[in-house]
Design a protein around this ligand. Structure first.
Ligand code: B1M
Length: 233
């Protein structure tokens, strides 16, 4: 503690500091989360380690108490804003890897759903891996996805849904792509906490991505396949 009773984050060891980030995220203390992210980076932590161990794990804990009725929407919104502030610091570091250009992805959260932290994280990690990312934001109707595919001609369409009530909308998008004869022109990757592989298969997506790292690996392997196919033609 400092003289004025404030906790000096610098005085904590790494483990205590990560624990403190979880607590500060829980309490929606944006500035404290930002300060801790800077300190961890200053101690040589890799941006991805800060992201997963401090921020994502902190948000997981928030999610559990939200589910159990201990936290409510206003508190979770503050936690989400603190998480975003931390991600904002990490973003340029995660992106600046100098990875060779891999391909292009359009990504958006589906209609009726305003959760965007996971989608943003996927976008960041994809950019870091060398993908150009066009982020459509939240609450996207099928028309918005179609217009973006028409405009940007991506290799990959990514969709995110966090609610059991909104995840079926992914099928609406894929079915519409089929009706228009354009489904096979794109790799469709889907993700979000309530999804699983069976669901992805059932709606006709190419793959379910459990997290951002899996999204990157899956996207890369589809791009490698595409390049091999082009080379053999
Ligand atoms: Co919401 N919410 N929420 N919420 N919220 C959940 C999803 C919930 C599981 C909480 C709970 O009850 N435990 C629950 C859904 C229950 C269900 O459907 N069965 C829920 C609910 C009920 C609601 C409301 C209905 C609450 C209400 O109003 N009564 C409401 C709905 C609003 C709406 O969308 N219409 C609501 C609102 C909110 C807030 C606005 C307060 C806030 C969102 C803020 C924001 O996103 N800007 C919020 C939050 C923060 C959550 C939890 C706590 C955390 C979500 C999160 O950011 N996780 C969440 C609990 C939980 O998920 N356990 C919850 C961190 C993030 C890094 O993980 O998003 O899973 P995630 O993303 C991962 C992977 O899933 C994957 O990679 C990401 C990174 O590793 N992934 C992809 C995600 N998208 C991908 C796309 C891809 C690939 C991978 O494309 C290729």
């Amino acid at each position: 503690m400092s003289d004025d009773g404030e906790l000096d984050l610098n005085s904590l060891n790494d483990e205590e500091l990560v624990q403190q980030v979880h607590d500060d995220l829980y309490d929606g203390l944006k500035e404290e989360v930002e300060a801790a992210v800077h300190i961890l980076l200053g101690r040589g932590w890799a941006p991805y380690k800060v992201l997963t161990e401090a921020l994502v794990e902190g948000m997981r804990i928030v999610g559990v108490d939200f589910r159990d009725g201990i936290l409510f929407v206003p508190e979770v919104l503050l936690a989400a804003n603190s998480m975003k502030a931390g991600m904002f610091i990490l973003r340029p570091l995660l992106i600046a890897t100098g990875a060779p250009r891999q391909g292009k992805m359009v990504i958006g959260t589906v209609k009726g759903d305003i959760h965007d932290i996971g989608k943003n994280l996927v976008g960041m990690m994809m950019e870091g891996a060398g993908f150009e990312v066009i982020d459509l934001g939240i609450n996207n109707p099928v028309e918005k996805y179609l217009a973006a595919m028409e405009e940007h001609k991506p290799d990959i369409l990514g969709m995110s849904a966090l609610l059991t009530t909104t995840m079926p909308y992914m099928k609406v998008v894929i079915d519409t792509m089929k009706e228009k004869g354009m489904r096979d022109d794109y790799v469709v990757l889907v993700g979000g906490a309530p999804l699983n592989e069976d669901f992805a298969k059932a709606i006709g997506a190419d793959a379910y991505c459990r997290d951002a790292a899996v999204a990157v690996e899956t996207a890369k392997s589809y791009m490698a396949r595409k390049h091999n196919q082009l080379a053999s033609n």
